[in-house]
Ligand binder design. Structure first.
Ligand code: PLP
Length: 406
């Protein structure tokens, strides 16, 4: 595995540099992932050779750009095992995907007295759009409780379900805690009361292959930049019959079939939801990232990530003085913690001085931080290109940080 990981690392230019005089240890993959050379090349090839607007062109470059852009959609369709390419809507990222559903399906279906459920461990992007919808409609947003371990309380969820619940929007993997939620069960249970379900997959797709049909998710959202692709591009998967019945999100070019001052008719899927010039390079770059992942043994890499997490837990127990935040039995490779007596921001700065990049703070998940009564955590989020040496360097760095802080 070590050799395989070293070969993989060689393909990510940003990993191979010194930061503050030390070889970089990049452990901020939950915030964004680094990009393989093939993604960087796909972006630069598009701008060097094929740059043109898509769909309406009467020339070769536009045809090429359109071909690559629509091929990218098919690559993402296969990646998620969606039934049709039309079910893949390009967005700016997870945040926009969720806002799209809240503003369209939500405004069409949600009324006063209805309930929308999210979990207590959501990222703000899966809370605020629903809060805004509730303010507009008089519906109620209810958080499913989270246990002290960071596990979702599924008994509480079962007891919250009723025919008032019209929508359930849940995070697949918590960015703050690493908890993997049982989304298959959640979807099944929600469907039994007639509710639709959106899964926020921002932190899941980088760890394993997701099958939206096997999950029976109504909507699935994620961001390209957390999947080794570019920023500013993301995906909303939606079941065709739901997307077809939803009103458009934004108005403009591309999303119309016919426009006149007497009225406008809308384009077919997925263009109905893609007003304006899309992020063409982003879509092509994201497809390059997926093609890159398709060439790897993702199951073996997931095991490797799990081994990194196990080692982090062992080392944390050895050095002591560490409060782990998020200890659910089913976790992705996210190690969130507090160093006793130290503010997370100070720990982050001292690690950075040693070339170790982590994230500190509330991780845009203030409600779960409030539940644990903490201002935030230090979060080391591992990807498949991290090594055991990276984990060792993190804890050696923490030992050093302790000498300054305590
Ligand atoms: N949901 C989760 C679980 C996340 O971790 C993030 C980003 O950290 C988001 C949503 C928002 O993603 P983006 O900012 O790419 O839209």
């Amino acid at each position: 595995m070590t050799q395989a990981i070293n070969e993989i690392r060689a393909q990510f230019p940003a990993l191979n540099q010194d930061v503050n005089g030390k070889p970089l240890v990049y452990l901020d993959n939950g915030a964004t992932t680094q990009k393989p050379q093939s993604v960087i090349d796909a972006l630069s090839d598009y701008y060097r050779l094929n740059n043109s607007n898509v769909h309406r062109g009467a020339h070769t470059l536009s045809d090429r750009a359109t071909q690559h852009f629509e091929d990218a959609r098919k690559t993402l369709q296969a990646f998620l095992n969606a039934n049709k390419a039309e079910e893949i809507v390009w967005t700016r990222g997870t945040t926009e995907s969720i806002n799209l559903v809240a503003a369209t399906w939500g405004r069409q279906h949600i009324q006063a007295g209805d309930e929308i459920l999210v979990t207590g461990m959501e990222h703000h992007s899966n809370i605020v759009p629903w809060q805004m919808l509730c303010q507009q409609t008089g519906a109620t947003l209810r958080p499913i409780p989270v246990k002290d371990t960071g596990e979702l309380d599924m008994e509480a969820f079962a007891s919250m379900l009723s025919d008032k619940v019209k929508f359930v929007s849940v995070v697949h993997v918590s960015n703050a805690l690493g908890t993997i939620n049982p989304v298959e069960d959640i979807i099944k249970m929600a469907h039994e009361v007639g509710a639709k379900v959106l899964v926020d997959g921002a932190q899941a797709v980088s760890h394993w292959n997701v099958d939206v049909q096997a999950l029976d998710a109504d909507f699935y959202a994620f961001s390209g930049h957390k999947l080794f692709g570019p920023t500013g591009i993301g995906v909303l998967y939606g079941k065709e019959e739901l997307l077809n019945a939803m009103p458009p999100y934004q108005g403009g070019g591309e999303m119309i079939e016919h426009c006149s001052f007497d009225g406008t008719t809308y384009n077919v899927l997925p263009y109905k939801f893609e007003a304006g010039t899309p992020n063409i390079a982003g879509a092509i770059g994201l497809a390059a990232a997926v093609n890159y992942l398709n060439g790897l043994d993702r199951v073996a890499l997931e095991h490797h990530e799990n081994a990194l997490l196990v080692r982090a837990n062992e080392l944390a127990d050895q050095i002591g003085g560490i409060r782990k935040v998020g200890t659910a039995p089913k976790k992705a490779s996210v190690f969130s913690f507090l160093l006793d007596g130290a503010h997370p921001a100070d720990v982050g700065t001292l690690l950075d001085q040693q070339g170790i990049a982590v994230r500190t703070g509330h991780h845009c998940a203030m409600p779960i931080m409030n539940q644990f009564n903490i201002p935030g955590t230090v979060r080391a989020s591992f990807s498949f290109y991290n090594t055991m040496d990276d984990v060792e360097r993190l804890f050696a760095g923490l030992e050093k940080a302790k000498m300054f802080l305590l």
